[in-house]
Design a protein around this ligand. Structure first.
Ligand SMILES: [Fe+2]
Length: 483
């Protein structure tokens, strides 16, 4: 560390000498002042790295002195350590309220002063490396937050709305953004979304500041990538602690790791999606099957109020569920007519082949059980592992329903696709044997939410569930989700 330039403010010449001796051993350059008034003049005349101030002093006491230092933009980012024989909770609180970075009693000064100085200097040096962008249309909030952050040693840039913020970010990238939600020109939601869809900006921690009434929006902001939110009115300590925590090495490593995994995941998915397209190009009967299963299973997930990440992952799992068919030879996969038992046993390997194709990549780890277990049966008679009931992962049980529904409604080389009514009737019949009963119920609820009204004659006829829904007063008509 460079030699720190320290200002010592104390009315006691004896105590100043004691401090000088200690600080000399610490290797600092020291300037002295006899009271707050003189301390203020000295602080304005040269740059200091640190101020150590007594509390009880004539002309201007330590609390007033510290407040003056923190109110002046020139001296605001000099950390102040208060050193006093007054050490009640009220006094300590008054010191922090005035903007002190630390408060120690004179009795502790002998043992703890040097370590406190080191800690405070290190923290301010680290904070000073960080630029925080404050985005708010309110001048009062901007000034308040700016003051709080500068007092803690941060560099601060300010913008009045999202658009101004983006222009500033382009010129000088901040380490963290604190943003309001409701702003003219471009609001905080738009700003957060824009940043998190721009690869090189997505890793900047984004903190939302907003009033109580915006709480529901704030939850969604977290889903769009915000790292934290502060509810107005907040105190400045809360702001500083949140910012320091988010800029800690640990958090940034976690955030970068997350970004890396997401990048890997999208690259991996892009290449696997091309494999699926290649796979489906081999057999026109299954063309579009994976996409349809993805739509159905993510619809079921939405019906169950799963969170957006889970809905997205289930959709991806649906798209990839048959990836293992790549390992099934054409003469079996494309065979017109029924398969022999030997051929069937080869087809039955596709879930394990699929799981081993995807198995090594941690970015899609949660999808593997869906791929491996989508042909298990609820009664334990499925494959590859003969799992039973809730031993089968929920996502795999859901995918099995969507897969069965779409397979039955689609044309095959050996039969025409069934009507939706007949399909639902079959699904009802295997509810609890082949398919998970709860997942079937969710599927039926989901499908009926897509029913169009008033197209008589195209109802899922023959299905008891359809009649049951009708009895409940649900208007049924043509299901438009699956053609
Ligand atoms: Fe399959």
């Amino acid at each position: 560390m460079d030699i720190p330039n320290i200002l010592v403010v104390d009315d006691s010449a004896v105590f100043r000498q004691l401090l000088l001796k200690q600080l000399d051993e610490f290797g600092s350059r020291v300037t002295q002042a006899e009271d707050g008034q003189q301390g203020l003049e000295r602080a304005l005349s040269e740059p200091f790295d640190l101020i150590i101030s007594d509390v009880e002093m004539p002309r201007m006491n330590g609390f007033k002195f510290c407040k003056e230092i923190k109110n002046n933009p020139t001296t605001r980012n000099i950390p102040v350590i208060m050193l006093s024989s007054l050490d009640s909770d009220t006094d300590i609180d008054k010191g922090f309220q005035a903007g002190a970075a630390a408060y120690i009693s004179k009795a502790e000064a002998n043992g703890g002063l040097c370590s406190t100085i080191e800690r405070v200097l290190e923290k301010f040096k680290s904070n000073h490396r960080h630029l925080i962008l404050v985005v708010d249309d309110s001048l009062t909030i901007r000034a308040l937050v700016q003051k709080g952050l500068e007092t803690a040693g941060f560099k601060v840039a300010i913008a009045e709305n999202g658009k101004q913020a983006l222009a500033l970010i382009e010129k000088n990238r901040p380490n963290l953004i604190l943003s309001d939600i409701n702003m003219p020109v471009m609001d905080g939601i738009e700003l957060c979304k824009t940043l998190h869809t721009t690869t090189e900006l997505a890793s900047i921690p984004f903190v939302t500041m907003s009033s109580n009434s915006d709480r529901s929006i704030m939850r969604r902001m977290m889903e769009w990538g915000a790292s934290a939110y502060l509810v107005k009115p907040f105190n400045l300590e809360q702001v500083v602690i949140t910012v320091e925590k988010l800029l800690s090495d640990h958090f940034l490593i976690v955030l970068k790791d997350k970004q890396r995994l997401e990048a890997e995941r999208s690259m991996m998915l892009a290449s696997i999606t091309s494999l699926i397209v290649a796979l489906e190009a081999r057999d026109h009967y299954t063309r579009g099957h994976s996409e349809a299963v993805a739509t159905l299973v993510s619809g079921m997930a939405a019906q169950m109020n799963m969170n957006p990440d889970e809905i997205e992952s289930l959709g991806i799992a649906g798209r990839l569920h048959d990836i293992g068919k790549i390992g099934v030879p054409d003469n079996i996969l494309l065979k017109a007519g029924r398969l022999t038992e030997a051929e069937m046993s080869i087809v039955r390997q596709h879930p394990s082949i699929g799981a081993s194709i995807l198995g090594s990549n941690p970015s899609i780890r949660e999808l593997i059980p869906v791929i491996r277990h989508h042909h298990e049966r609820f009664d334990g008679k499925g494959y590859p592992d003969g799992l039973k009931g809730t031993q089968i992962p929920l996502w795999a049980r859901m995918t099995a329903v969507a897969d069965t529904y779409h397979a039955l409604t689609s044309d095959r080389s050996y039969r025409r696709g069934m009507s939706q009514g007949k399909t639902l009737s079959i699904i009802e019949d295997v509810r609890g044997t082949q398919l998970c009963p709860e997942c079937v119920d969710i599927f039926i609820d989901f499908i009926f939410d897509f029913v169009e009204e008033g197209v008589e004659g195209e109802t899922p006829q023959g299905s008891n569930l359809a009649s049951h829904k009708k009895k409940q007063g649900v208007q049924t008509g043509r299901i438009r989700l699956v053609s």
